[in-house]
Design a protein around this ligand. Structure first.
Ligand code: NAP
Length: 236
């Protein structure tokens, strides 16, 4: 399959990219961090099976440029994995004193970033017989199960993402599209800006669970669920 992964430089996106390549898929890996070299190392191993494309999901021109590159190479996508995300921490360090600029940026990446990817790249899925849209969300976006009293930007942005996915599910599910809305667990990733020592899952463990779920065909497609890495189903 031809698969696009956003936020693939490091963390979960990198782990998923690596596993997809190991399984023989062609991956368009969204590169956001110019100076981060892990994707280049993979390129040395996988050659043309890995296409590294600059991709800032907060920037429409960047998404359109990525689309051009895909159009001019392999020409179509079977699957989009919308993974890029930020924790919006600086927007919520001081609850009730939200930095609105940071909050808007968190929305722009975590919620509108997914909208940008789908709206601008979905045309590339016309030729695909798979047509799968995968979204890395979070339990933090579940409204009914929310217990936090802070992290406004992150939680709100993931709730908005969940709503978007539900709306496009309602719109596209009967047109041959399938959907995966996923909470990957607490990962020892780079969300805090450096490799975290806190979290239940290593990047490799989280990537294996996520990749299995994204690729699985053994799922009831007649409803949209927010599925957790350990099998828990969250209301959204
Ligand atoms: N880590 C967790 O415990 C956890 C829990 C639940 C859900 N999630 C979700 O899992 C996904 C992956 O997170 P992760 O834990 O792997 O974090 P990560 O290690 O920070 O990886 C996310 C990647 O996305 C990149 N990115 C940031 N802004 C971007 C943009 N505008 N366009 C494209 N890429 C961008 C990041 O770059 P920078 O490093 O420069 O920001 C980073 O390379 C996110 O959607 C996150 O919300 C994570």
């Amino acid at each position: 399959m031809n698969i696009l992964v956003s936020g693939a430089d490091r963390g979960l996106g990198y782990g998923v990219t690596k596993l997809l390549l190991e399984q023989g898929h062609t991956v368009y890996a969204g590169k956001f961090l110019e100076a981060w070299r892990e994707l280049d190392e993979l390129k040395g191993i996988y050659g043309d099976k890995l296409q590294v494309v600059s991709l800032d999901v907060s920037d429409t021109d960047s998404v359109l440029q990525a689309k051009q590159i895909i159009s001019h190479t392999i020409g179509y996508l079977d699957m989009i994995i919308s993974n890029a995300g930020i924790n919006g921490k600086s927007a919520s360090e001081e609850p009730m004193r939200t930095n609105y600029e940071h909050m808007m940026h968190t929305y722009n990446v975590n919620s509108i970033g997914a909208v940008r990817l789908v709206e601008n790249l979905i045309e590339l899925m016309d030729r695909s017989e798979v047509k799968r849209l995968c979204f890395v969300s979070s339990e933090a976006g579940s409204i009914t199960q929310a217990e936090r009293k802070e992290m406004f930007s992150y939680c709100m942005s993931k709730a908005a993402l969940n709503m978007y996915v539900k709306l496009i599910y309602n719109r596209l599910q009967d047109q041959g599209y399938s959907f995966r809305l996923y909470h990957p667990g607490w990962i020892r990733s780079y969300m805090s800006g450096h490799l975290s020592e806190e979290g239940y899952l290593s990047i490799e463990e989280a990537a294996e669970l996520a990749t299995d779920y994204f690729l699985s065909n053994d799922i009831d497609e007649s409803k949209l669920i927010l599925y957790g890495y350990d099998g828990e189903i969250f209301s959204y």
